[in-house]
Design a protein around this ligand. Structure first.
Ligand SMILES: C[S@@+](CC[C@H](N)C(=O)[O-])C[C@H]1O[C@@H](n2cnc3c(N)ncnc32)[C@H](O)[C@@H]1O
Length: 327
């Protein structure tokens, strides 16, 4: 029976627990005075959104089929750890609500070498990106936020990295290593260096996502100078102030070897998918996202163009876009 479960079925199956969990968290949060979405807008857009999601998940599954990638059911160990982290998320949520009530946005300086903008409770996440306990629940929290659709968005990477089978790959802002895992399995013969500003997230990735072709290390993407055939990042640019965003892209472009490719995956921006533009403006209303509005209003492609990037190409999947470019 299992062999009849194809990539598309698995995409839909994977959504189910997270859709339930999102609704449970939204209910709890709403009762406490902090809804996670605009309910009226949600009802108005629901039908269109569902048909959009269905089409996009089909396209993701077709892409995976064409690249020979097979999704799989979770192992028992993963199901157990899913429920453990779900418990931690709900346990932690009281503190998240306190942060919201107090509008407490700063983590306090946890390390001297973290820049000021980084010491924040992004998404009202307790300790932002600066503690082990935050790293432990990050992946699951992101999946709840995206109702189980983070992986199809990260997989926009696959078509772009496919030519670099034995290449040197540099990942910026790898966080806990979710995108790293996708890339490491897809390119077993590549040499991947996965980096992030957060010492705590890098430690988590080292422990929980070790791969023979991946080396993890702490690195600030605004000042990195390593050269590689492909340099990519996922969900980074909306999290940083405009000046740092530009610096990251400038360094990313400069670090491409001849024939190399930069790849950026991040949120859609205003005008990318027309009917979703109004939803993008809601995100910073419900989550602490101090740099998001500036991000969605300033196309990544324009910044790359100003920096002199060539062959700028954009593709879309669900609530994300993928911009690739060369020198
Ligand atoms: C939304 S998370 C994305 C993580 C991961 N790429 C993913 O797909 O889940 C943003 C990440 O950017 C990292 N970050 C923020 N500013 C950074 C910088 N200047 N250099 C490197 N990493 C940075 C954070 O530590 C965090 O792990």
């Amino acid at each position: 029976m299992i062999r009849y479960i194809n990539n598309l079925n698995l995409n839909f199956l994977n959504l189910m627990p997270y859709v339930l969990e999102y609704n449970a968290l939204n209910f709890y949060s709403t009762v406490k005075g902090h809804p996670l979405r605009d309910q009226k807008k949600h009802r108005r857009l629901k039908k269109r959104m569902l048909s959009y999601i269905e089409d996009e998940l089909k396209e993701d599954a077709e892409m995976a089929d064409s690249l020979g990638v097979s999704y799989r059911l979770p192992k028992l160990k993963e199901v157990i750890s899913h429920f453990q982290s779900l418990f931690k998320i709900f346990q932690n949520y009281g503190q998240v609500l306190d942060l919201r009530d107090q509008n407490n946005l700063k983590t306090g300086s946890r390390r001297e070498d973290y820049p000021k903008y980084f010491n924040r409770n992004f998404h009202f996440q307790v300790n932002g990106y600066t503690s082990e306990s935050s790293a432990e629940i990050y992946d699951h929290q992101v999946e709840i936020l995206f109702a189980g659709m983070a992986a199809p968005m990260r997989r926009l990477l696959l078509n772009e990295i496919a030519p670099f089978k034995k290449g040197k790959i540099l990942e910026l802002a790898c966080g806990t290593g979710s995108a790293t895992e996708i890339v490491a399995k897809f390119l077993p013969d590549a040499f991947i260096t996965a980096t992030d500003m957060s010492y705590e997230y890098i430690d988590y990735a080292k422990k929980n996502r070790p791969f023979h072709n991946v080396t993890y290390k702490q690195l600030d993407a605004t000042s990195q100078t390593e050269r590689a055939d492909c340099v990519y990042h996922v969900f980074l640019t909306h999290e940083v102030p405009s000046q740092q965003r530009r610096e990251i892209l400038r360094h990313q472009l400069a670090s491409l070897k001849p024939g190399g490719r930069g790849v950026i995956i991040d949120s859609l921006q205003v005008g990318d998918v027309d009917f979703l533009s109004e939803v993008l403006y809601d995100f910073p209303k419900y989550f602490h996202e101090p740099f998001y509005k500036h991000y969605i209003e300033n196309p990544i492609e324009d910044i790359l163009d100003e920096l002199g990037a060539k062959r700028i190409k954009t593709t879309y999947r669900l609530f994300s876009k993928c911009v690739s470019f060369g020198r």
